[in-house]
Design a protein around this ligand. Sequence first.
Ligand SMILES: NC(=O)c1ccc[n+]([C@@H]2O[C@H](COP(=O)([O-])OP(=O)(O)OC[C@H]3O[C@@H](n4cnc5c(N)ncnc54)[C@H](OP(=O)(O)O)[C@@H]3O)[C@@H](O)[C@H]2O)c1
Length: 330
Amino acid sequence: MAYLPVENRYEKLGYRRCGQSGLLLPPLSLGLWHNFGSVDVYENARAMIHTAFDAGITHFDLANNYGPEPGSAEETFGKLLATDLRGYRDELVISTKAGYRMWPGPYGEWGSRKYLLASLDASLKRMGLEYVDIFYSHRLDPDTPLEETMGALDQAIRQGKAIYAGVSNYPPKETKHAYTILEQMGHRLLIHQPKYSMLVRTPEEGLLDTLEELGVGCIPFSPLAQGLLTDKYLDRIPDDSRAAKPTGFLQRDQITPGLQKKLRSLNEVAKARGQSLAQMAVAWLLREPRVTTVLIGASSVRQIEDNLGALKDTFFTSEELTKIDKILAG
Ligand SMILES: NC(=O)c1ccc[n+]([C@@H]2O[C@H](COP(=O)([O-])OP(=O)(O)OC[C@H]3O[C@@H](n4cnc5c(N)ncnc54)[C@H](OP(=O)(O)O)[C@@H]3O)[C@@H](O)[C@H]2O)c1
């Protein structure tokens, strides 16, 4: 599969600086949590990566456990790196993570140096890579000294297996602590990956302020709340949706009549802006200057194209913002 000529690939997106680092990221990044595993259709995964890269999306986000089967999203991406994406490594920012359960026993999850470094080696092998661009601690381990977890990220960088360090799902205080430890080791904490969307506002309770103060980038995950912030669940649960699939993380019982009512009202605001609800949800995050890039998921090429349409209008009037907050609070 041939990609667009390089000049056509990069003219469409304005790249955004990741905190105070030297790294620029596209406004949209593509995550491979769902729909890129061994249970999924390879040609669909391939077409989605192709569409994203052709549109200027240079950043692809993975983790050791993405699949299902765990690890198989990295294998799918590795297959593409060896074929379609061969020769493009220096145009790509590839991340992976370790933190959630990956293999049995006491060394297959959380934040020990033992687990993180073994997991990174396995991720590199699955993707056929010598290094990833960003290696994340996927979650805070309350029982492991943060010095050890950050020490593992430091070691990965020193070994040339990762270029930058990131944390995900860390509260503000621990983010600051992680930043300080890494700084003492001679590294900058590049990026934080929190769950953030119109429906999940936790980062507004201190995390965004902390990231701004430290000059750390922010890549919100599940910006569409796994698909809730689209027009698909307004009055039903479609058979081919994440909520209907046995392997999906979104559960049917999360889609309550009260939520659907809010989604229908949000959909009206989106329509008035000339956007789909998904586009408005992405634009709403991008309007926040402390957000570097929005980490979308997708199950089809059409969805990626729809979400890219959000970039045409990321400005909100204060009336629109108030209206959205009022709907969500209702
Ligand atoms: N760090 C962490 O702990 C963590 C946790 C979760 C995710 N992540 C990262 O964040 C990425 C994104 O998460 P996510 O997949 O939950 O993101 P999301 O963007 O909130 O949801 C993606 C899902 O929404 C639906 N969708 C997307 N665009 C649509 C559109 N335009 N119209 C209608 N439906 C649309 C699709 O679901 P259907 O299957 O229903 O079509 C798609 O799979 C992951 O791939 C992963 O890289 C990180």
